[in-house]
Design a protein around this ligand. Sequence first.
Ligand SMILES: [Zn+2]
Length: 88
Amino acid sequence: MKKIPQRTCVVCGNKIDKNKLIRIVKNNEDQIFYDKTGKANGRGAYICSNETCIESLEKSNVLNRTFKMEVNKEIKQKIKEDVVNGKR
Ligand SMILES: [Zn+2]
């Protein structure tokens, strides 16, 4: 049996199968974005694909903590929009 790798959601802290999570990436230019392919270079963070976690990603400072930098509101909104649109 093949074991699916698990990652921790940075919002709720639950461990979930990697292929069910959404990957957010910070690249070398300190740009933060939704990594649709899951293969972008940079430091990755994972969140659940449920509404609660996506909402708190925008409203909380979890990305600031995860990437150790100030992530402004516009960037968080953009990520949320991309995630929501990408799911459809
Ligand atoms: Zn979560």
